[in-house]
Write a protein that binds this ligand. Structure first.
Ligand code: ADP
Ligand code: ZN
Ligand code: ZN
Length: 807
């Protein structure tokens, strides 16, 4: 198996000895074509010579033991088959790049490396060459050493940190340091303590701080400087003066690292509702491998997970905990480490190559350190040998689906298959399950457990809808803020509580919206809003290619106020700063989180209450747990509802319920205010009562009517090329061929809203697969058509992308 997008595997010749040594899942260095060299993976050892080409010899065996196990290979085959991609694509996606050296891999010198004495002669030669030129390819290394067998040497250099490879632009995942206080060593015995308190008898505040310290230290846990300040009501300058006097000292502990040092803690005692949910899940697992936990926000799903995890660990099995976007979830890492300490490994593509290699090896060897793997979607590819449980947290999240590059897999669905291969159980958790999953639970395909109480019996937040149209009429808007929302913000701030303001995911949206009535022009054939195409100044449907000229006035209310500009988070931040000059406003969106550790910085600052009002995009809705947030404001609900996608309504519901769920999590009921032009929109009504069941029923009805998942499956085909005419004739040919096989169930061809990206023109076709139509046959037919397409000389250069279960 080669890490290239070609369907086939390739046969290489090996000696008798090599043949008996090699096993499936071991890596070998091989050459390919005239000049290329790849790290191949042994897929099969056999005695059938290839007929179309002569088998080359392998260069070298790279592993003593398989790096990839049998279950993984089966899983990869399933993924390649289901998502219609090559095994090589899956192979490349699965392994950390350090395992996949190839002739084009670019090597750099690590400037921080100094100990040349640990290098062998060959290693030193390469290292030295890198002093003279800034980079080398593996290819050039072959030339320098005058031999083909260089991969292990390069590997060794990487292991010794003397060099690194190209993709290494990863951010080092820097821990957040938390400040703690302890007593200076001089005061460790009781004698000195009495003396100390005497000394401080006249410094009242300092004395209080010391006394408070002893109260807090009775439970033997490290004491955060912040906690001590709050508890004893002393300022940080008092603590500082005690440090200056050598009475206290500050020290720092990392809060979010893989290497966890310190005690673990007992699991929390579940409340009765959690206890019930737990036993129902266990009961359900007796019959069903997949179970959905539908638990409202802040019901304590995480605590339920921890109990299940503990039981699986006790049986000596591994646990995979999947998270949608790990950058946002340092909170969860910290929480799980609190209980499970260094049995947890975190796996994420943003981690450095060495960290990922380390996790891979730990999982492969089933080390204690890797009993629980916490990771984003790519962690389904790790070499687990005996999974006992997979948890898919926030299973509705669309980021579980990979768009680009191939394999375009859905990690949740692939995890279900992975669980089956391991005879493991899998729990899908969400406050807003995807329609697909909920449907499967309703059909009894999955088990189902509900958890309907917030922990501590805090009520779900009060949600009010603010009619912005009314507010405009009455001149009660200040910029993008209604007087009502401003009042709620002021009230929260007066009580020293924090506020989250949510703005739609993009700064602007290509959907046209009437500023007066909020209505967006809809496609007559599909359940989607039309998209504004600037170039031709027209409106189009992404799904059926319906198009019309951009109207001058709104079809619903007649006003001349059709608008294609939304408003962005930056604008909101500016307005807020002017409105609340005495408070600290923070912003979290793609722009502010792009830099190093952007997320952690902002989340950390908000947790530490350094920010009073946080404005952000949908990143804010993802599973964050802030104890002091009492108000969540949604500035413009309509832009979410009008997004041109058949899932738009479901997503809008998810997003609003999730972001609302950030309010009032710890003590008292929170408030949510949603500004909208359409307070009677069914989705907003359902959000305001958190009526998932009704949302589900209604959306399901529409999916049925308009032939979308979960009833119909979708395969999306995308063609790309820099020559417009080429794509156009290619896509027309393809449409006809598909139409001959699938008739009315082929939609398109359409150009997406952004019809040219990086100078490539894009055209889409969607195939809808009815419930009774065989998926396998459909894919076979599609593959045949694709092969014919590729056989046409003119079409061959066109990029042909297949996305199964496209989002
Ligand atoms: P969810 O993931 O369902 O939104 P969380 O698991 O984040 O909810 O729980 C919400 C908050 O309540 C967290 O701060 C958590 O520590 C706390 N909590 C939940 N269950 C318990 C429990 N049984 N005992 C103590 N605290 C709990
Ligand atoms: Zn209107
Ligand atoms: Zn349409």
């Amino acid at each position: 198996m080669l890490p290239i997008p070609i369907q086939k595997t390739f046969t290489y010749s090996v000696t008798k000895d090599e043949a008996s040594f090699l096993k499936r899942g071991m890596r070998v260095a091989v050459s390919f074509g005239k000049t290329k060299m790849y790290t191949g993976l042994v897929f099969n050892v056999h005695k059938t010579a290839p007929t179309l080409y002569e088998a080359k010899e392998i260069h070298q065996i790279l592993d003593e033991m398989p790096l990839v196990n049998e279950r993984q290979l089966k899983h990869w085959e399933w993924i390649a088959n289901y998502y219609m991609c090559s095994l090589g694509d899956v192979y490349r996606a699965s392994l950390p790049s350090a395992f996949l050296l190839e002739s084009e891999t670019i090597l750099f010198k690590n400037d921080a490396f100094s100990d040349e004495s640990i290098l062998t002669d060959n290693e030193f030669l390469i290292f030295e060459a890198l002093q003279h030129q800034s980079q080398l390819t593996i290819h050039q290394v072959v030339a320098i050493l005058g031999k083909k067998k260089v991969m292990p040497i390069v590997n060794e250099l990487i292991k010794k940190s003397a060099i690194y490879i190209k993709e290494e632009i990863y951010e080092q995942y820097k821990p957040k340091l938390v400040k703690y206080v302890r007593l200076h060593a001089d005061y460790s015995n009781d004698d000195s303590l009495g003396k100390l308190l005497e000394e401080l008898s006249r410094a009242k505040k300092q004395r209080e701080a010391v006394l408070g310290f002893f109260q807090l230290s009775s439970n033997k846990k490290p004491i955060k400087a912040k906690d001590l300040e709050e508890k004893t009501n002393v300022s940080s300058s008092i603590l500082k003066s005690l440090v200056d006097k050598n009475i206290f000292e500050f020290y720092h502990i990392k809060t979010d690292r893989i290497t966890f040092k310190g005690d673990t803690n007992d699991l929390k005692v579940l409340n009765e509702f959690q206890e019930n949910a737990l036993s129902e899940i266990k009961e359900s697992f007796k019959e069903k491998d997949v179970t959905l936990l539908h638990g409202i926000t802040s019901s304590g799903k995480t605590e339920v997970y921890t109990k299940l995890i503990q039981e699986v660990l006790d049986k000596g099995k591994q646990v995979l905990f999947l998270l949608p976007e790990i950058a946002l979830t340092t909170q969860i890492i910290t929480r799980l480490q609190f209980y499970f300490g260094d049995q947890i490994s975190v796996f994420h593509s943003k981690y450095s190559m060495n960290e990922r290699v380390e996790v891979w090896n730990n999982v492969l060897e089933n080390k204690t350190k890797a009993q629980i793997v916490l990771g984003a979607r790519s962690s389904i590819f790790l070499p687990f040998s005996n999974l006992g449980l997979i948890v898919v947290d926030e299973e509705h999240e669309t980021s579980y689906k990979q768009f680009e590059p191939s394999p375009r897999y859905n990690a949740r669905d692939s995890a279900i298959v992975l669980a089956k291969l391991h005879k493991s159980k899998i729990l899908l958790g969400s406050a807003t399950p995807s329609l697909e999953t909920y449907f499967n639970a309703q059909q009894n395909k999955y088990g189902f457990v509900a958890l309907n109480r917030r922990h501590g019996n805090v009520q779900l937040p009060k949600i009010e809808l603010i009619d912005v149209k009314e507010k405009h009429k009455k001149k009660e808007m200040n910029g993008h803020f209604s007087d009502r929302l401003l009042k709620l913000i002021q009230e929260a701030l007066d009580l020293k509580e924090q506020v989250i303001l949510f703005q739609n995911r993009r700064g602007f949206s290509p959907v046209v919206e009437c500023k007066t009535c909020g209505v967006s022009p809809q496609c007559p054939n599909c359940d989607v809003s039309l998209t504004f195409h600037k170039f031709k100044y027209e409106l189009r449907c992404h799904y059926c290619n319906y198009q019309r000229a951009m109207p001058n006035s709104c079809g619903a209310c007649g006003s001349n106020t059709l608008d294609n500009k939304g408003f962005g988070t930056e604008q909101i931040e500016l307005e807020l700063t002017a409105l609340f000059p005495d408070y600290k406003i923070g912003r979290m969106d793609l722009d502010t989180t792009r830099g190093k550790h952007g997320y952690q910085k902002i989340i950390g600052a908000f947790e530490a209450k350094e920010i009073d009002v946080l404005v952000g995009t949908q990143m804010l809705s993802k599973g964050l747990d802030f104890e002091n947030v009492s108000l969540v404001g949604v500035l413009n609900a309509d832009s979410m509802l009008n997004f041109p996608d058949f899932r738009a309504h479901e997503r809008a519901y998810d997003m609003m319920v999730q972001v609302s769920g950030r309010a009032g999590r710890s003590k008292k009921q929170g408030n949510v205010a949603i500004q909208t032009y359409n307070p009677y929109h069914q989705i907003l009504q359902q959000v305001s009562t958190t009526n998932y069941a009704e949302m589900y029923k209604e959306q399901l009805q529409e999916r049925w009517q308009y032939k979308y998942p979960p009833f119909y499956r979708l395969i999306k085909i995308t063609l790309k090329h820099k020559d417009y005419n080429k794509v156009d004739s290619g896509v027309n040919w393809l449409y006809k061929a598909l139409y001959n096989s699938f008739g009315e169930n082929v939609l398109g061809p359409t150009a997406p809203a952004i019809s040219r990206i990086r100078n490539q023109y894009i055209k889409n076709i969607v195939i809808k697969i009815p419930p009774k139509q065989s998926l396998a046959n459909t894919k076979n037919q599609l593959t045949k058509i694709r092969n014919t397409f590729d056989a046409v000389k003119d079409f061959r250069p066109i990029r042909f992308i297949i996305d199964v279960d496209a989002y």
